[in-house]
Design a protein around this ligand. Sequence first.
Ligand code: NAD
Length: 306
Amino acid sequence: PHIVVVGAGAMGCIFGGKLSQAGNRVTLIDVNPEQIKIMNERGLMLEMDHGTISVPATAALATQVKEVADILILFTKTLHTEAALNSVQHLIGESTIVVSLQNGLGNAEKISRYVPQERIVIGTTLVPADLKGPGHVASHGPSSSQFMDVELKHPRWLDDLVELFNQAELNVSLNDSIMSVIWSKVAFNAALNAICAGTGATPGVLDGDKAFQALAHDVVHEAVIIGQLSGVELDEAKIWGNVQMAIAEHANHKPSMLQDIEAGRKTEIAAINGAIVTAAEKVGSEAPVNRTLTYIVQLKEHLNGQ
Ligand code: NAD
């Protein structure tokens, strides 16, 4: 199959690189010409637990790619999804499957404006990836991903897709309760990412502070209530446990939203805390804690000139 990865940053390079290493034909698409040039010249460099591998890459701007994708994997930040999909419309054919393992809520809805629901796969990934330079990514520690077709029909091609990813050692499994998985990750990110971005501190710095614990708890609790009101089954104790585990195990890791703030970029706040607020409105409720946190992170973006 022809696999097109849209967004050749940290995640795009790991997934694209591993799929390519497994013998698949992969095209990486990005908007950054310098990044594309370096990836074509030097290939990808993937630092993983068992060592560093170098993988030749084919990278291009969307307009330069002519061959329709059999599988199109979206790995831009969520705020760029629409622009990205717009730019690759010519690569979406009658049987193209579009996969999004991006963070946040609303990915399926955005994609469904370009592809019929029956060919959309959504999920989450716990693959950790840090971009060290163009095409150069470090990914260490345990990693897995879960996904499902949006219609939850489990078509036969979905098993082939899982096999394709697993042959590339991407450790993927199907999950019928994919909305629970997605919402659980959103509730987790809504707490850790947004509070770190809003305060400018890593979890380790905030750990032990009662105000941090109370705020994180309120964010998760509210997200869980809104998720449940939206018809999604959620285990609040498990999500809270994951937050505590991350605080302990990744004390000094800067969550991506904090990295974005520090780099003066826009964050994924709209698809995370902002999306919880929107979901609350849809069910006639409110999410004041997540709304306030959204405003704080947006203010930081505005102060950065975004
Ligand atoms: P990233 O910023 O490293 O990469 C995004 C890439 O998309 C960049 O190279 C950017 O130039 C490119 N891009 C921007 N606009 C584009 C467009 N219109 N068309 C094509 N390319 C475009 O981001 P990332 O860390 O790889 O994250 C991607 C997604 O995966 C996010 O939703 C993130 O939350 C999620 N995620 C990341 C991690 C991680 O550890 N990095 C883990 C789990 C989930």
